[in-house]
Design a protein around this ligand. Sequence first.
Ligand code: AMP
Ligand code: MG
Length: 362
Amino acid sequence: MTWERFRPYAVPGTFVVLLFVALWWRRPSTPVSSKTRLVSIAGRIFGTTYQVKVVSAKDIEKPKLQYRIRMLLHEIDMQMSTYKKQSVLSRFNRWRKTEPFPVSSALTHVVREAKRIAQATGGAFDVTIGPMVNLWGFGPKPFLRPPPARSIADVRRRIGHEKLQIHLKDSTLRKTHPSLYVDLSAIAKGYAVDRVTLLLQNRGFRRTMVEIGGELRVQGTNAQNQPWRIGIEKPVDAQQQVRRIVALRDAAMATSGNYRNYRMLDGRRVSHIIDPRTAQPVPAHLAAVSVIHRDCMTADALATALFVLGPVQGFALAKKQGWAALFQLPKAQGVAQKATPNFQKWLDKTQTSLSTSKNNSR
Ligand code: AMP
Ligand code: MG
């Protein structure tokens, strides 16, 4: 009988089957990476682009998330834009009175941080610089001639962050000069990056990357379970060449430079960033400054402030305050870099992270 022929194998055979079942039962759980999803969302806001990446093991309803992000950014734009005539900030700028003007708590929050950075940088950062920015042709109305000295002197009288007051309790802003004009372009993108990050955090996402017009913030690790790799551009005429990689985790990075947004006036490059101390565009001694900070609003404001202060004064202040900043300076051939000790730490960590991931992939 056929059964008799197989009888000697019955016990070891059953053992093998049982062993197989036991091993299958005790199998290690599927690696997280094969379950994780990467969702990318992109769009346009504040006259620039944005990008959001979410790594998650749970399902993500992309259209819903996309809609929420878009609505949030639109809401921020309707409060802080100087390009949208109906934004709260535009209405405040048209308000020619010195009585308190009601705004949202988001606006007082950003203005409060702007004033803090203004004080910490000796006035290099100043959100009331708007009329001077506009005078140099970088506002809503571009023009291509250097402004006359008289107009500069006239505009100078109505700028200064100390002329802008905040009342946190009743959520109002007040001008002490009726024609004060506030421009939050140097800080609002960073604020919006933080708000989108918070939105994602509140929905339980802890591995995210949010970027708006070059200002960004990351949480946790990327889809490869590594710190997020961020390229720092080579600041040469908007060619968007990546010069350096920095591996970031739970941090934000912002960059200010005159390589993307500048004008040629009388044969010289004029920066869109104005030095409030001289009322002149920042000279071309610097190509770009990148700042790494816990939150993106502060990183954004500091990058602009350090760009104004320049490679000597700015570097000394950043070092003294323990800010992580990378200064990129134009040289006859290429660009030189100068990192503060706290920025250097990130570069060193990046080296370690890059070599570890190389070894792991072998
Ligand atoms: P960012 O790209 O963040 O450095 O911001 C640059 C923008 O901030 C400019 O286009 C101006 O609208 C505005 N801005 C220019 N100079 C200053 C300054 N000294 N402080 C604050 N904002 C400024
Ligand atoms: Mg900025």
